[in-house]
Design a protein around this ligand. Sequence first.
Ligand code: GLC
Ligand code: CA
Length: 480
Amino acid sequence: MTAGSRKVTANSTVYQLYPRSYRDANGDGIGDIAGMTRRMDHIANLGVDALLVAPLFPSPNADFGYDVTDYCDISPTYGSLMDFDEMVQVAHARGLGVVVDMVPCHTSIEHPWFRDHPEWYIWSDVDGPANNWVACFGGKAWSRDEQSGKWYLHSYYPEQPDLNWRNPEVVEAMTDVFSFWHKRGVDGFRLDAVSRLVKDAGLRDNPPLTNPFPLWENALQAMWDQRRYHLDQPDTFPALARLKEELDGTYLIAEAYLPNRDLAPYLEHVDAAFTFELLQSSPCPHRLARILKESASLQGLAWTLANHDFGWITGRWGHEMARLAALLVLTLPGGAYLYQGEEIGMTNAPPPRTSQDRAGRDPFRHPLQWTRDGGFSSVEPWIPYHDPVACNVEDQDKDPGSLLSFYRALLTLRPALAGPLDEITVDESCLSYRRGAHRICLNFGDSPVSLPPHHEVILTTGDATIRTTLGPHSGAILAL
Ligand code: GLC
Ligand code: CA
């Protein structure tokens, strides 16, 4: 394999691995790097191009790794830098690229920078919040630092003070961090919360909301934010351009929590951006068609239906839609990101008795179900299993009719789907679109629909003998 063949691009398919819940190799109930390395074949056999690894850095875990105390090390919970290097090697040997989730917007409040370089953070110059901004998980975006008595900005939990990207020393320090991992051989970076990287220089109040923001958010935020000054600032883009240059053009994907239409300026500087509108859509063919039509002109969208913040698509659309969801996400142009467990139809669990995440995301983070008795760890996992008897890798691996086999078939076929997204139509409950010489049809309704004229049925979600009709909740790829 050449280095070129493992390069991650805007069109790659990527497995989003949540290390804490992928596989526990040392028997402490928490997933680790050795677990990832030893179970790399599962990802390679699926047929994706790369894996995205959620943060492995040392962290007090107020936000499970998204509050970092050292960007150039690995948390002992997950292993060591040596374990990481071995994991990357094993991934590369299987032809998989490795994308690292980087958290440039904020550190942990326990990061030494917060005490050693307070000027690298954003402070109020009054005794109280500098403005009316609210934090993403609720409450005010300002907290008082007990030690200095001053108020600092945090877009997320109070344990995650925001870095000031208007300070050139911050830009330099974070660029060094990216370079550290780049030199270690990783193939790209996810830019966590990047729409909040740079804030208004004057820290002005956000005006009250007049146009509803089209994505989900907490109620307090929905009331106040006109989305003006606390995020999506024009100065973000030169910062991204510089980063891209410093990293020799390595793959960057933006996690910018914005509607698709606002992703265009990000896509001028990075390779790809996640699409939250698709992830948050209902299984309504008209709504989906509108999202696809509005996005057709954007190059570099990374389609995804699930992640560690919003859970699995079966939790929102129901199990009967699992194959349709797979067919949708893997037949659109651009990139596609699958969340671990999606390939076997894992679903959101009830909240565990002992809560881990204060923002209520435990139901989306229980362990990957390897076998009927769980198979994630030799001891009790950090979040209990959900339904491993009904849904596990081992059973589906052997079954040619399983969802896992369907994902593999789709991923094998995907490179043949060249051509732009075209002729997006809805006929009754059936969403359909063309990709070059193929047409994809997805019936979201409870009644059968007729298939449009075609030459051959290449792949279906169910009955392989269908020729003229699609059953309820079924889809097909047609050769035209
Ligand atoms: C991103 C991550 C989320 C985290 C937040 C703050 O949205 O996906 O898990 O809590 O950023 O870093
Ligand atoms: Ca472990």
